[in-house]
Design a protein around this ligand. Structure first.
Ligand code: S3P
Length: 177
């Protein structure tokens, strides 16, 4: 099945990009269901993500993300917010593109980093210097940039970003007919 047929909208991007808040607003706007991969993992494992990282490590968490991506293939027409590292390896970005339109919420590293640090525990930033966190961001960018669409979030609030994503999706749909 092509991504267009499954018709999901999948948000990717670095920690702090606003995938969850934007996703929730976008889903309401489009009258769609909202799903978060981190929530799916937390629900399946029965414990919070920092605990999964602490007890089983990153490789185990990525294997759980692989399983989630397989389950996402059953979704139709949902708005899906992904964890920041999910599309970055293991063919997961390509798998997401096969089940919908992938949208990269892009932004400047400094802003994303600041937001990520102030917004709850992020195991991938734990013990990292700002320079190491920026190196991770740079390493991940080539994956994010393979998204179908990219929206620059710089200086915008979640409502404004959701409006831009909705506009970009409509423009893409118009081009396709
Ligand atoms: C991760 C990002 C987190 C969560 C996990 C790993 C990452 O999601 O999936 O802590 O590798 O960047 P957010 O992007 O919502 O913070």
């Amino acid at each position: 099945m092509s991504g267009a047929m499954a018709d999901n909208v999948i948000l990717v991007g670095f920690m702090g990009a606003g995938k969850s808040s934007v996703g929730r607003i976008l889903a309401r706007r489009l009258g769609r269901c909202f799903v978060e991969t981190d929530e799916m993992i937390t629900a399946a494992e029965g414990r919070p993500i920092p605990e999964i990282f602490a007890e089983k490590g990153e490789a185990h968490f990525r294997a759980l993300e692989d399983e989630v991506v397989r389950l996402l293939a059953l979704k139709r027409g949902d708005v899906i917010a992904t964890g920041g590292g999910l599309p970055c390896g293991g063919g997961r970005l390509e798998a997401l593109r096969a089940i919908g339109t992938v949208v990269w919420l892009a932004g400047e590293f400094a802003t994303l980093y600041e937001r990520a640090l102030s917004g709850g525990e992020r195991p991938m930033l734990r013990g990292k210097t700002p320079e190491q966190a920026e190196a991770l961001y740079e390493w991940r960018k080539p994956f994010y940039s393979k998204a179908d669409l990219s929206v620059d979030t710089t200086g915008l609030n979640p409502d404004q970003v959701a409006a831009r994503v909705a506009a970009a999706l409509s423009a893409r749909q118009r081009q396709a007919v």
